[in-house]
Design a protein around this ligand. Sequence first.
Ligand SMILES: [Zn+2]
Ligand SMILES: [Zn+2]
Length: 77
Amino acid sequence: MAEDPDNQQPERIALAYEALRGECPACRAQIKPDWQFCAHCATRLATRCPGCGVPLPPAGSTRCGHCGIELPAPPAA
Ligand SMILES: [Zn+2]
Ligand SMILES: [Zn+2]
């Protein structure tokens, strides 16, 4: 079996947990844990992957790095 891909993205995972604490990693605004995007700056936030439940990498990711499920596109600016 392959290693957990999360271990290969320490910076992204660190940002993911930062978002999970309730703070946008981009603009530092307060966010809610169920938000997939910051309502203040539209940065992708780390929420649980709808496919496998792992914290998602923020900003620019189009697929879960763990299970490969396609993630929703950011809202239009
Ligand atoms: Zn933000
Ligand atoms: Zn997943």
